[in-house]
Design a protein around this ligand. Structure first.
Ligand code: KG4
Ligand code: ZN
Length: 319
């Protein structure tokens, strides 16, 4: 829950982390996640208003994510937002979760169009073209696992608790790409991704060594995995930049917090596309948060987008 002023200034941004319970169950259990949402939502609402030092009377609109995501969790948010909007006579603004990830970058820089976004999270891996404000065209996406999902799955094999991305990223910095895992679809003439082959190659390498009684260096394993992910993400994004000239490139989503990806994209874009400005979502706003929904919601509000009390959660929502 977050209070955002004019779409640009974060007055509060309360994140109710569920990581403890995810760790207990080894991942996100949808039923547990939605129950958590119910338990936390009113406390978060109060805290967000308190911290921003505002009351409901000061608000201009309520922005809410209605998809994509887990239906139970989305429903809790949608129901709460409807209740607030109805009780306080506020407009209800529906926001796509992935649009929210993109607009997290607007806290860093004003947006100039046309623009492209590399969106990498636990559920999505997409290259999105934005011809104009709040217009989204998916140029390519993953055909199987999302990048973050692959991190979490190999993390489980390595004994890293969920979510594993940050730890694998840290280990990768201390290792070298000695295993040369596959880079799926890297040379294909499209902007799609596939990470399940890489995940399987990683798991096979790990288990084969285990059967031989060998212990592989975890830093080298992490570095090899990460190098493969980063190579494909960056290569495809650069290819897209060649075909679609843009002024800005946004890097956003949970995996955008990855240091290896941030550094490599920065270096390659600066060298090969000096006229393109790379805007990386702030580290604190890469993972799911409400301020990014506020930022996107402000634009959607200006565009006249409104929902009524029939708004429903749409778990499979696309752009
Ligand atoms: O955007 P997000 O918070 O949730 C979704 O909408 O999916 O992304 C969470 C994902 C998790 O899979 C997590 O492991 C990954 O982001 N992640 C990272 C890093 N930090 C978080 N992946 C790689 N490197 C990181 N530093
Ligand atoms: Zn997300």
């Amino acid at each position: 829950m977050s209070v955002v002023e004019d779409g640009h200034k974060i007055l509060s941004n309360i994140i109710a982390t569920q990581i403890d319970s995810h760790q207990r169950f080894g991942g996100v259990v949808p039923e547990v996640a939605s129950r958590h949402h119910i338990e936390q939502i009113t406390r978060c609402l109060d805290e967000a208003l308190d911290q921003a030092n505002v009351t409901y009377d000061d608000l201009k609109a309520v922005a809410i994510t209605y998809g994509p995501g887990l239906v139970g969790s989305l429903l809790v948010g949608v129901s709460a937002a409807k209740a607030v909007a109805w009780a306080h006579h506020l407009p209800l603004v529906p926001v796509n979760h992935m649009a929210g990830h993109i607009y997290a970058a607007r806290f860093v820089n004003e947006f100039v169009f046309p623009q492209m976004a590399l969106l990498v999270s636990g559920g999505h891996t997409e290259i999105v073209y934005m011809k104009d404000e709040y217009s989204f065209e998916i140029l390519g996406e993953t055909r199987d696992d999302a990048a973050g999902e692959a991190y979490d799955k190999i993390g489980r094999v390595l004994g890293v608790s969920y979510p594993a991305g940050k730890t694998i990223d840290e280990w990768a910095h201390a290792g070298h790409d000695t295993f040369h895992f596959p880079r799926a679809m890297e040379k294909d003439h499209n902007y799609d991704f596939s990470f399940s082959g890489l995940k399987s190659a990683f798991i096979n390498t790990f288990h084969n060594a285990e059967q031989r009684g060998e212990t592989l260096d975890r830093n080298d394993l992490a570095a090899s995995f990460q190098q493969s992910v980063v190579d494909v993400l960056v290569e495809k994004t650069l290819k897209a930049l060649q075909q679609y000239p843009v002024k800005q490139l946004i890097l956003a989503g949970g995996v955008a917090a990855n240091q290896g990806l941030r550094e490599r994209l920065e270096a390659d874009v600066t060298r090969q596309f000096p006229t393109v400005t790379l805007i990386k979502a702030p580290l604190k706003l890469c993972g799911d948060n409400a301020a990014m929904i506020g930022a996107a919601g402000e634009v959607a509000y200006r565009k006249g987008q409104r929902a009524d009390m029939s708004l429903n959660a749409m778990p499979g929502l696309s752009f």
